[in-house]
Design a protein around this ligand. Structure first.
Ligand code: NAD
Length: 480
């Protein structure tokens, strides 16, 4: 099953035989082989989604909500098994994979509620300034949605798209990352188990050509893409031909701004968690530390001690607190940036290579460079790995300017015990989500998405649902 495509409620072989190797990054061994789908499979999947659309729309929000609740319940029932699969495929410590599975279930639960609310709101009156008219609002599904996801948070990014799309009444074609498709394929099993109508969710595994075919398909109305800026630009170009509605969740190079009045232990934890969780492979990694000069030596001492304390190992070993990079490509890319940092004479205060005593797996030490100039590629470019760059500041305005001197604007973290100052700085930073004295905490009720090059549109919360809805007004001239 997990070697086939899930189209129209059935597991099917790809139109052209072929497989993709899926690895365990802790061992570098092939974990599984999945089907290499192609454009002909995309055609079939879109046709199935198109055929299922009228029925799924007609069934109404309350019924859709019940299906979403059932998916959430199955995800919870199978959470431990799915977390293990995800951990083996992505390399993240099991504890982190467990958080992901809870997050995925929470998304389906939340949007189950939103589906019910949506139905209750249909045909609601909109106040107009002329008593001779009545205007009513309907929110209708956008149509077939193409959902394309990356590999760093398997099932999480997917749930942030699938759950609101289904709640809105859209039917979907999902393309998991070719690197971590296993738990996404399990979603096919889950929806078959709960009796979701065939064609409502279709899953096509494959490389970029599958995603490209989805974005160009004339019967796709909405594209939701999470991934790199390079591919995001191609997705947007393809969408222009429709034109299709497009949501883009792209890269980040986010700041963590630390003031000298902050609690030392909390600050060190936030810095370490913000860059070394998931081995730094987070669009929301706070990879630029902007720290008040007077506090830098004592905080960095603590951060280095904590970083050195992270334990590499097999992701399923409960003692492991930092996994490997998920791919060899990513591992090589981070090593290249480390080499660049050394060549540019940036000051390395910890890490910079492979951890000692490990001879298999794409593991890298948590790495920190200090006094990295703003012109450095290490400071400006998304690295997507366990590499932190540090700069100091003396005045609040300087901290804000450093934080905002960036092409991206996904998130920011502000750490200070002065709540007024923290609020002021949070208001001034250019980012879609700002954490104050916290980091990486994402509630499904809040929004997710970025300013500037970090993307277009928002996921999660009511905004996540709106992304899959068309707005329709009915304006009636009342009889005299
Ligand atoms: P990627 O852009 O290489 O791939 C993402 C997905 O797009 C994959 O499924 C891939 O197969 C597919 N794809 C490749 N070529 C395509 C094409 N021409 N048309 C359509 N789809 C195509 O990204 P990645 O390496 O998988 O993920 C890492 C990137 O994702 C980072 O830049 C990271 O910041 C970003 N990301 C962003 C968020 C966010 O919420 N903003 C979340 C996670 C990851």
């Amino acid at each position: 099953m997990l070697s086939e495509l899930f189209i129209n409620g059935k597991w099917q072989k790809p139109s052209t035989p072929g497989t993709i190797d899926v690895f365990n990054p802790c061992t570098e061994e092939v974990l599984h082989r999945v089907a290499a789908g192609g454009p002909a499979d995309v055609d079939k999947a879109v046709a199935a989604a198109k055929a299922a659309l009228p029925g799924w729309k007609k069934v109404g929000g309350a019924a859709r909500g019940r299906f979403l609740k059932a998916i959430a319940a199955k995800l919870r029932e199978r959470a431990e098994e799915l977390a293990k699969l995800s951990s083996r495929n992505n390399g993240k410590p099991l504890a982190e994979a467990r958080v992901d599975m809870a997050d995925a279930a929470a998304s389906f639960d939340y949007y189950a509620g939103k589906a019910v609310e949506l139905e209750a709101r249909q045909n609601s009156d909109v106040a107009v300034p002329d008593a001779n008219y009545r205007s009513q609002l309907r929110l209708e599904p956008a149509g077939v949605a193409a959902l394309i996801v990356p590999w760093n948070f398997p099932l999480v990014t997917t749930s942030w798209k699938v759950a609101p799309a289904l709640a809105a009444g859209c039917t979907v074609v999902l393309k998991p990352s070719e690197i971590t498709p296993i738990v996404e394929l399990e979603l096919g099993r889950i929806v078959a188990d709960i009796g979701l109508p065939p064609g409502v969710i279709n899953i096509v595994t494959g490389v970029g050509t599958v995603g490209a075919a989805m974005t160009m398909h004339p019967d796709v109305a909405k594209i939701s893409f999470t991934g790199s800026n390079g591919v995001g630009a191609r997705v947007m170009q393809a969408a222009s031909a429709g034109p299709k509605s497009v949501g883009l969740e792209l890269g980040g190079k986010s700041p963590i701004v630390v003031f000298a009045d902050a609690d030392e232990q909390l600050t060190a934890e936030l810095i370490v968690g913000g860059i070394f969780y998931n081995a730094g492979q987070m669009c929301s990694a706070t990879s630029r530390l902007v720290i008040e000069k007077s506090a830098a030596p004592r905080i960095l001492e603590r951060v280095v001690a904590m970083a050195k304390n992270l334990k590499h190992g097999n992701s399923l070993d409960p003692a492991t607190t930092m996994g490997p990079l998920t791919t060899k490509t990513q591992y090589d890319k981070v090593l290249e940036y480390i080499a660049k940092g050394k060549a540019l004479d940036h000051r390395l205060i910890t890490g910079g290579g492979k951890p000692g005593g490990i001879n298999r797996g794409w593991f890298l030490e948590p790495t920190i460079f200090v006094d990295v100039p703003s012109t450095s590629p290490l400071w400006r470019e998304e690295i997507f790995g366990p590499l932190l760059c540090v700069q100091t500041f003396e005045r609040e305005e300087e901290a804000i300017a450093l934080a905002n001197d960036c092409d991206f604007g996904l998130v920011a973290t502000i750490v200070s015990s002065d709540s007024e100052k923290a609020q002021r700085v949070a208001d001034a930073v250019e980012a879609g989500h700002v954490w104050i004295n916290s980091s990486q905490t994402i509630f499904v009720e809040t929004s997710w998405g970025g300013f500037k090059a970090s993307g277009i549109g928002r996921e999660l919360g009511p905004w996540g649902l709106s992304a899959y809805l068309e707005v329709k007004h009915k304006t009636t001239r009342l009889q005299a």
